[in-house]
Ligand binder design. Structure first.
Ligand code: G6Q
Length: 542
């Protein structure tokens, strides 16, 4: 039975009317301890979910929904290595990437955990050689810059985590991330580098991705030019992270310098695999291990905590509540940390590539809204830009505020000024300011409507002791499992991404049409044909 026809779904549909008429002001007034009871603590993460438009009954019904949808069953199947990625016939085992040595997770009756630890040991050895200066470039110079070339899941994770943890990195080695096939990006990220001191990590599960391979070949030429064409240099300046040994060897990279991962690791779930090699070089293997322990802590919680106290499941359910029952379409993620500037792009892929699906696991059209549009950027900058619409606009926009008690750099009173905003914004969103309160301040009557804040705008606050590899691991695993929960409830396959294929294929067909020396026969629609013709004219300077 589709979940939308289940008694659990129907009960929520019947219940929504009651909640829609309630204001957060009333919910807090009727339960003065709401802010102390509607919270959860897991590891270093404290989640206050009291400023959500829910009652105890809503939460009970949402938990029933999770049970009816079989979230726990699918979760257990994932941890057991079952092939729950049904369209690609693969297991989904990013959780194995942080499983402790000695544990057993089998795919096709083979325990994958020893493999994971073998690759981690290889990464550790290599990272230490680069960090110590033992691994040099072809001309004997020390490596000063590591450039990760990859895109999508082979870029967003390590890039986000490198930015997040840069203050834990060895500052004598800088990491850069080339992802887009726009040549300007490659140029901007390499023009000031010395090829003799640069190590490229070609990160590509398939080693066939157009953008990555185009950039990799450009990098190869860039290095060889500086080395006077000496091909032997390629092996000193390039290593790979891939599952495709043949293609890696054909590129000129010694397969001994290829760090493996496996088809049961989805790209957007891969940054704690060898895809995180650049990060490991930056922060060192011990810090990387701390991060894995953070992931593991959240994995254990997700696996064992009852639904009602399960942080990722709860966040997933709240998202479903807003999207499917209260009509919200987006989620604003608002980290109060300079270091989390790339968290939103990372979460965009995690949530939107995973759950942007309109057929269920059996291929039938889904009967509800799926996927969350994730957007946002770090506070307080956003406060001076788009928060206006969240406070006074016509749309319902749930928010996740993420903040830290301790700052890496305690400058004067910056941290308290900063975090005062982290506390003020959810308060203002939830409680607003009534017309009476505004008028009582002596505001002229004609201005009162403009200065009134309706409130009743929901948010989660995630307060964390400090940003560290350990807490970052916890935070990312939290969102991974939240995404999982939502996919399980919608009964969609969160682990494929067929929606990216069509555009890729069309681009491949168009490349020769742009390159052609003579005017090609174009067989597209009239709009695409006209655009291509104009582009060709502009390129030719006509
Ligand atoms: C993520 C996707 C996708 C993938 C990139 C790069 O889940 O699968 O973003 O990571 O397309 O693919 P390669 O690693 O194969 O180059």
């Amino acid at each position: 039975m589709p979940i939308t026809e289940s008694p659990a779904w129907r009960a929520l549909q019947a219940h929504v009317e009651h909640v829609a008429s309630l204001h957060l002001r009333d919910l807090f007034a009727s339960d003065p301890r709401r802010g102390e009871t509607m919270c959860l603590e897991v590891g270093d993460l404290y989640l206050d979910y009291s400023k959500n438009r829910v009652t105890a009954e809503t939460l009970r019904l949402l938990a029933d929904l999770a049970r009816a949808a079989g979230v726990e069953k699918l979760r257990d199947a994932m941890f057991a290595g079952e092939k729950i990625n049904v369209t690609e016939h693969r297991a989904v085992l990013h959780v194995a990437l942080r499983a402790p040595a000695g544990s057993v997770i089998e795919v096709d009756e083979v325990n994958v955990v020893p493999e994971v630890h073998r690759v981690l040991a290889e990464m550790r050895a290599f990272a230490e050689r680069v960090r110590s200066g033992e691994w040099t470039g072809h001309t004997g110079k020390r490596i000063r810059t590591v450039v990760n070339i990859g895109i999508g899941g082979s870029d967003l994770g390590p890039h986000m985590a490198y930015d997040a943890l840069v203050d834990f990195s060895d500052r004598s080695i800088e990491c850069r991330f080339v992802s887009n096939v726009d040549g300007n990006e490659f140029w901007e990220l390499t023009y000031d580098l010395d090829p003799e001191e640069t190590l490229f990590i070609i990160s590509s599960k398939t080693f066939t991705t157009l953008e990555t391979m185009t950039n990799a070949h450009t990098a190869r030429r860039w290095v060889l030019e500086a080395l006077g064409g000496d091909e032997r240099g390629v092996g000193r300046h390039f290593v790979a992270v891939s599952t495709n040994t043949e293609a890696v060897a054909a590129f000129g990279i010694d397969p001994a310098n290829m760090f493996e991962f496996w088809d049961w690791v989805g790209g957007r779930y891969s940054y704690d695999s060898a895809i995180g090699l650049s990060l490991m070089i930056a922060i060192g293997p011990d810090r990387f291990e701390e991060m894995l322990r953070g992931f593991r802590l959240m994995d254990d919680h997700f696996r064992h905590a009852p639904i009602e106290q399960n942080m990722p499941i709860l966040l997933g359910l709240l998202g479903i509540w807003y999207g499917d029952f209260l009509g919200a379409e987006t989620l604003a993620v608002l980290p109060y940390s300079h270091y989390l500037g790339r968290l939103t792009p990372y979460l965009q892929q995690l949530a939107m590539e995973s759950n942007g699906k309109s057929v269920d696991r059996e291929g039938r059209p889904v009967g509800m809204q799926t996927g969350e549009i994730v957007w946002g950027q770090p506070g307080t900058n956003g406060q001076h830009a788009f928060y206006q619409l969240i406070h006074q606009g016509t749309k319902l926009i749930p928010c996740d505020f993420i903040g830290f008690a301790r700052s890496r750099h305690e400058l004067g009173n910056h941290q308290d000024v900063f975090m005062a905003n982290f506390f003020a914004q959810p308060e203002a969103l939830a409680f607003g300011k009534t017309a009476e309160e505004v008028a009582a301040e002596g505001v002229p009557p004609e201005e009162v409507p403009h200065r009134t804040f309706p409130g009743n705008r929901p948010s989660n606050s995630i307060l964390i002791s400090e940003l560290s590899p350990f807490t970052l691991g916890q935070l990312i695993a939290l969102y991974e499992h939240k995404t999982f929960t939502q996919g399980a409830i919608w009964n969609i396959n969160s682990f494929d991404q067929w929606g990216v294929e069509l555009g890729k294929k069309l681009a491949q067909d168009i490349i020769p049409e742009l390159d052609a020396a003579t005017e090609p026969d174009l067989g597209h629609d009239s709009s695409t044909n006209a655009l291509i013709r104009r582009y060709r004219r502009l390129r030719a300077g006509r």
